[in-house]
Ligand binder design. Structure first.
Ligand SMILES: *Cc1c(COP(=O)(O)O)cnc(C)c1O
Length: 471
């Protein structure tokens, strides 16, 4: 007597799909996706049976619940809000700047229907998408003209490609920066068709290094703000104003990539000095490029301000069309820039500056209240201590500046020294409905409360913490 064909024991696709739990999955994710997942599972089982004919088949219910787990896992990867308690205020992986409420409200209104994105309501003719934001940028910075693209990497690319394609651009060896996510000055030069001419040395570059590099094929002079590192010791760089006047003696534009770039003097908020776009223009830059979602506190964007004839050249480049921003960026950037017209309210109304300008003393009561509320709920899971700590600005801005803050330090119970328990604790918090992301330091899970607005944001979901978390 031959053994029964083990593959005949596999349930049929239709039978599985008809099960109530499977129907529930179909309601959530659609018939096509669930059918494909069922087919994949059955195919895997078929292969497993081929390898081992005595394999004990899992029950249909088990198959479906593992499918459900796979779908849930995929779902948890979708873009959604998290609580950033890492202590890095402008965290690139966590979406950088948090937008002000005013901007979010306007965004909802504009996205809910048609808008005058490129429509002049007076003449009923085609309008200029950049227009309103450009006017504000000019009013705030004093620049003649401005334009906006997708991010600052795109801004630098557009400037180099428009003004320097096929020509030479001298840059100090001390400024050949790499920004996270593979933005490197030498590579961006190549992709924009410019020839980078390295001048000076890593630690020291002088004005004569630049003047020697200038020839008939030079397109412009450029300064790159070394925003994410600092060279210390025997160093020297050419002051912007001198570089600008050298460029102007040779009728060349001087471009300054500020990177973070802000529009207000941050020292008034108790923060370290960071060059503003206004300072860069005053020091002689013909074009200044900076990010919208770093210190500016707005949406992802690349902002270019400066001389009108040069901005006109950028706008005429077909690449500008490819790099243009959408209405979501335009409306939120406009609302954020409007806040800069009332700098006295920035520290309360612009989340980035509100977080950055909080003092350690003002964060302490929040930390104390949260510790008090959390400890009883997590009594068997973690020991919670109040901790003075240091926050970072992030996004490569002012990398050496740390801001004194307060946070909570959680150690797992009953095994405070177990790394596995610590990782599990961090995972359990990342599995909350609004995932809470901290940082692990010296064997403890740290929540820096600089970027927390209310204890409620954590407390209201703590009863949903699953302990221990499923692997
Ligand atoms: C951050 C940065 C960029 C890139 O800006 P994105 O907006 O992230 O594209 C370019 N140059 C400098 C100096 C920077 O700091």
């Amino acid at each position: 007597m031959g053994a029964p064909n083990p593959r005949a024991r596999l349930p049929a696709v239709d039978k599985l799909l008809a099960l109530p739990d499977c129907q529930a999955l179909i309601t959530l994710h659609g018939r096509q996706a669930v059918t494909a997942a069922v087919r994949t599972t059955l195919a895997e089982l078929r292969r497993a049976i081929q390898a081992d004919p005595d394999l004990v088949l899992p029950a249909a219910a088990t198959l479906i619940s593992s499918l459900a787990a796979t779908f849930a896992q995929g779902d948890s990867q979708r873009l959604r809000p998290v609580l950033n308690l890492t202590g890095t205020v402008l965290h690139t992986n966590l979406g950088r700047a948090v937008l002000p409420t005013a901007a979010i409200e306007k965004l909802t209104q504009v996205l809910s229907g048609a808008s005058n994105l490129e429509f002049d309501l007076t003449s009923a003719r085609r309008g200029d998408r950049d227009g309103p934001v450009e006017a504000l940028l000019c009013a705030i910075t004093g620049a003649q003209a401005a334009t906006v693209v997708n991010n600052n990497a795109a801004a630098v690319l557009l400037v180099l490609q428009s003004l320097g394609r096929g020509r030479e651009i001298p840059v100090s060896r001390g400024e050949l920066v790499e920004i996270g996510g593979s933005f490197r000055i030498p590579e961006i030069m190549t992709s924009s068709g410019c020839r980078l001419v390295e001048v000076g040395a890593t630690n020291r570059t002088h004005l004569h290094d630049f003047s020697r590099a200038i020839n008939a094929n030079t397109a412009l002079l450029m300064k790159v703000h070394t925003s994410n590192y600092e060279v210390r010791g025997f160093t020297s760089s050419v002051p912007e104003a001198e570089l600008a006047s050298l460029a102007h003696q040779h009728q060349l534009p001087f471009v300054n990539d500020l990177g973070s770039g802000t529009l207000v003097d941050l020292t008034q908020f108790g923060l370290p000095y960071e060059p503003t776009a206004q300072d860069a223009l005053a020091a002689g830059a013909d074009l200044v490029t900076f990010s919208g979602d770093k210190l500016l506190g707005g949406p992802q964007a690349g902002i270019i301000v400066g001389r009108k004839d040069l901005i006109d050249q950028l706008k005429a480049n077909p690449l500008k069309r490819a790099l243009r921003v959408d209405k979501m960026t335009m409306v939120t950037l406009y609302e954020v820039l409007r806040l800069y017209q009332h700098p006295q309210h920035l520290a309360t109304q612009l989340p980035t500056l509100r977080y950055l300008s909080r003092t350690a003393e003002s964060i302490l009561p929040l930390a104390a209240a949260l510790q008090l509320a959390m400890q009883p709920v997590l009594d068997n899971i973690a020991q919670i201590e109040l901790l003075p700590c240091m926050s970072q600005i992030g996004s490569g801005s002012l990398p050496l500046e740390l801001l004194p803050s307060h946070g909570l330090a959680l150690s797992p119970r009953p095994n405070p020294d177990s790394d596995a328990a610590l990782q599990a604790l961090a995972l359990a918090f990342r599995r909350l409905p609004i995932p809470v992301v901290g940082r692990i330091n010296a064997g403890r899970l740290i929540f820096d409360l600089r970027t927390l607005d209310h204890t409620d944001q954590i407390m209201h979901q703590l009863d949903q913490l699953v302990w221990p978390p499923a692997p």
